[in-house]
Design a protein around this ligand. Sequence first.
Ligand code: TNX
Length: 636
Amino acid sequence: MSFRVELAVLSEQKQFCRFGLTLHNLTDQAVNNWQLQFILDRFILADSFTHGEIEQVGSFCVVKPDTHVLEANQHYYCEFSINTAPLRFYTDGLKDALIVANNGETTHSVVLTPIALASPYRERTQIPSVNQATLAVIPKANKIECFDGEFRLTQSSQITLQSNIAQHAANWLQLELETLFDFTAQSIGHSDIVFRNNPTLDEAQYLLSVSGSGIRLEAGSHSGFVHASATLLQIIQRDEKQNLTVPYVRITDTPRFKYRGMMLDCARHFHSVDMVKRLINQLAHYKFNTFHWHLTDDEGWRLEIKALPQLTKVGAYRGKGTQLEPQFSHLADVYGGYYTQQEVKEVIAYAEQRGINVIPEIDIPGHCRAAIKSLPDLLQDPSDRSQYRSIQHYSDNVLSPALEGTYQFLDQVLTEVAELFPSPWVHIGADEVPSGVWLASPACQTLMEENNYQSPKELQGHLLRYAEKKLRSLGKRMVGWEEAQHGNKVSKDTVIYSWLSEEAALNCAKQGFDVILQPGQSTYLDMTQDYSPEEPGVDWAAVIPLENAYCYEPLAQVPDNDPIRKRILGIQCALWSEIVTNQNRMDYMIFPRLTAMAEACWTEKSERNWQDYLTRLKGHLALLDKQGINYRQPWK
Ligand code: TNX
């Protein structure tokens, strides 16, 4: 027998819910001088707490009960309130709990009962049943001609290069033929698969033709050859005699958007190099060309910076005995990890081979708690009395634009980042700086007066303008979340990634910024995929069933011929990792919605069709199975 905790919604209103929490001691021993720790990612109103006190840092909550003894076979009960929208999913409840007893000397694990929700959704989405397509190409190619017949690969098939820019793509194709189809191309044999240079084809464009004389992949660029290979891998079939065959086709294909990205948050939970590579490889299969690597946040700093080793020594780990409280999971452990610069180089090379550019993100000035705790001498302003709370419930996570140390930190970090990453763009974050910040810092107030700034937003702009200039001097273009232009200080060279709404993107585009669209309502893969309470995820932006992900059309209300559309460089989807603790969960959140997003990125509007996509998805699932991807079954 053990300890068990139950959380129940007692009452819910639009932005105010009350909860009851019961902790059962099911053992035959009393616990003395105990506290209950738990993880909940909404902010508990301390004043509303009954039967003790609560302290919260981020998602980490500590209950100091009003009774010092929890007797055997007895329970403890408390209530509290949260200014929150109603909870709908089990993953909204407690994520972990732990009893710390005898004044910290002993710990007891606690079993979680799924949260008793007051009003889980009743609706469910239905995916229409469809017949499986024979050519299951995702994203849909923009022009496909099919002919009768099929080409058979044999024991003596060889990959032949008639273009030296095709080398990496050919290596990738060979690797994937082996892992997916157990097929090894010969080094001497029949030139059945030919990579041929075609200088009339633009960047990313390709031509794939299969006929009696073999398989020909043509492109004028490395990326074009990668995309041609990706298409080929999707149309290979196995006949009754176990031969690999490819139907006769002629595919000419070119992307709709130049930028096709995915962001992965590696700060909230750390994902190993292997997990990162696995995702990058999948991105290549769906013709994405950008991997946006979210490397730093409040809960962890994940990138080795040689000049500032403390950043990873301290900032990469959280939990017992570290500077950072546990967050999101793993209450009882030290949790964390980081990427060495050597590993980063490996990831970049791996991505490059697959036609994918890796954009690093160093998130400033908000979301900086791990950095600040790692480098207090540089980054903490001792005289700052400002009171604020960030969206994720931190009150000490923002860099100060008035500290010299902040600039030293930025110089050192950005210099190493610029050297390490060949990407011409570096993402500087800039999101979610809480209001109230800097107001009670004498140094910040002086800086405002000196520059005649009217609003603290201008201080943010001040810092970002510095970062932009620094990056420019290092040969890089700064990119940032939509808040990067708050305070109106950065130049129009900055690329804006909108996430809260499309409106911000439209406004920025009108001002002359290039924009990337990443609206949470359609492209956030941490949102739940359906309405049933078992679906893991969050829903602050929306519930995003597959159909909604598929039907995303950037700035749909702006006419096709409006020149403002030129400012839309592309689309990005994102996986934030608060609830992503392992590979299975990661797969589940990403698939199959990634394939839907891929089509929004690649396929012309006129070619897109939900039903048609489903027929191809159905035909494509076998390939996901082959890779052991734990996708969400579209047809349950
Ligand atoms: C918003 S999108 C965030 C992230 C969270 C995410 C959770 C953005 C720039 N900020 O910090 O992880 O919501 O869905």
